[in-house]
Design a protein around this ligand. Structure first.
Ligand SMILES: [Zn+2]
Ligand SMILES: [Zn+2]
Length: 351
């Protein structure tokens, strides 16, 4: 059996013909395996959905309980046989509940990694490398310019700034699923014990993380109009976490002389930070950087690397230089949430 008989790219997403099921389909399909809750991977309207319990919970929060015809939670490591194909979810280290899908049939093993990272994350289970024949990877940060510094060091920059400017509010843009909660956990690990304030759009997912037993400390949602009640002094010296879009809009003007920060792998590109009006860029990413993409590809020992989205050509080229077959899949529809912004080609990145 050829790998493309077991999984094949289609306009709806990666399709497994012998099991008649898709992985992270971008269009409504009869049966789907979902790797994680980001909206470009987890969409509403499928017939049957198989995912980790946490991913199903995230989808229910975002789309309502009836987001699919049926829902089947799959525990990490549990094997689900569909047709004659074995499927297994293995942690991907990306966000809460995120998983790789291991697909096995007639001695052939393909791993669909979804989005993943290798850096430690106190809010989700770490990535587990699985050796395979074909490894399917993203390449969001698949260029040599993207080397992420340790997240703890970036968090220390934020806390240094808070100490240095006690009269200013630190407004930190962070994606509402995953990044925001990881940042809260990192801030706690760094010893910050004050309440952390959040924008309403970050609240439901944050409460889910807390309900899953992830310690985030005291988190307060900021109610609309709260500034009026407390005057301009309100939130001076505090940390406020909001979705990236809120940094620049009216919402942020309630805070006194704010320091605007943004936690993203894209903050490695100074022009991006300037363009977004970010005073304090924090390079904290939930995706593997250039070095970790390479390390992971070597670790799983696959001969063929299929690349779903991001800098597919660059990573495929590197695969060729080390004797591996790298193949861009040109899948469309990914990169709408989290950090994989398709329009975010860094101006200063090398070709
Ligand atoms: Zn993602
Ligand atoms: Zn993605």
């Amino acid at each position: 059996m050829k790998p493309s008989d077991l999984l094949t790219p289609t306009p709806a997403g990666l399709y497994c013909p012998p099991a008649d099921i898709y992985v992270d389909p971008v269009r409504p399909v009869a049966r789907a395996l979902i790797t994680h809750g980001h909206s470009d991977h987890a969409r509403a309207g499928h017939g049957a959905v198989l995912a980790t319990r946490e991913t199903l919970a995230i989808m229910a929060l975002r789309y309502g309980e009836a987001f699919a015809g049926t829902q089947q939670p799959v525990a990490p490591g549990e094997v689900v046989r569909i047709g004659a194909v074995d499927f297994r979810f293995v942690p991907a280290g990306h966000v809460l509940g995120s998983a790789q899908v291991v697909v096995e049939h007639k001695g052939l093993r393909i791993v669909v990694s979804g989005d993943y990272k290798r850096e430690r994350d106190p809010t989700c289970a770490p990535f587990e490398p699985v050796t395979c024949d074909v490894f399917i990877t993203e390449a969001t940060f698949g260029l040599p310019v993207f080397r992420h510094p340790p997240a703890a060091a970036e968090t220390a920059k934020l806390l240094d700034s808070v100490r240095l400017f006690p009269d200013r509010t630190h407004i930190v843009g962070a994606y509402s699923l995953g990044k925001a909660q990881r940042l809260m956990a990192l801030i706690r690990e760094a010893g910050y014990e004050q309440p952390i304030f959040i924008h309403g759009a970050v609240e439901t997912i944050t409460r889910l993380y807390q309900a899953e037993g992830i310690p985030l400390g005291e988190i307060h949602k900021i109610d609309p109009g709260e500034r009026k009640a407390e005057g301009r002094k309100a939130f001076a010296g505090e940390i406020v976490i909001c979705p990236p879009s809120a940094i620049q809009d009216l919402w942020s003007r309630r805070f006194p002389d704010p320091v605007t920060a943004f936690a993203s792998g894209w903050m490695r590109v100074r022009a991006r930070a300037r363009q977004k009006g970010v005073e304090l860029p924090l390079i904290i990413s939930d995706h593997a950087d250039w070095d970790d993409l390479q390390a992971t590809i070597r670790e799983v020992q696959a001969n063929e690397i299929w690349i779903t989205h991001g800098e597919a050509e660059a990573l495929a080229h590197w695969c060729g230089t080390v004797g591996l077959k790298g193949m861009p899949l040109h899948l469309v529809g990914y990169g709408d949430e989290g950090e994989a912004e398709p329009d975010a080609k860094p101006a200063e990145a090398p070709a």
